[in-house]
Design a protein. Structure first.
Length: 134
């Protein structure tokens, strides 16, 4: 049985909302606790000046999320690729399991590969956006 276009659009939008939920919530929390966001960037990645990277993080997390959920073909594609790229960079910086030992290694190993799966979700979202009708 084939799904109607309306139902498929509903399922795609709901799936998109679930996919971006961690990024949208994180971006909103960072926006309202900018000092904490700046400290997080400095502590996890050591990037300086941390406030610039915090602003970029917030912009990508919120903007990319909104584009994935509400964007047209090109907006969804751009948002999905931006969030995939962000996730790759952030995961490499913050969850370098190969440098850890013991419980920290296991925890970061699991988080690292969970983020790999999220990147896969964004690649699928980008592929579907690419093939979506204008």
């Amino acid at each position: 049985m084939r799904m109607s276009d309306e139902r498929l659009e509903f399922v795609a939008r709901a799936g998109s909302m679930l996919l971006v939920a961690p990024f949208l919530v994180s971006g909103i929390f960072k926006l309202f606790d900018f000092a904490g966001a700046t400290q997080e960037v400095a502590a996890l990645a050591g990037l300086e000046p941390a406030w610039i990277f915090a602003v970029l993080t917030i912009a990508v997390q919120i903007g990319g999320s909104l584009l994935v959920v509400f964007g047209n073909r090109w907006g969804t594609l751009a948002g999905a690729l931006a969030l995939a790229g962000f996730t790759i960079v952030a995961t490499l910086l913050a969850h370098s399991w190969w440098t850890k030992e013991g419980v920290a290694r296991v925890r970061d190993f699991n988080v690292f590969f969970e983020h790999v799966a999220i990147v896969g979700g964004f690649v699928l979202a980008a592929a579907f956006a690419w093939h979506r009708r204008a």
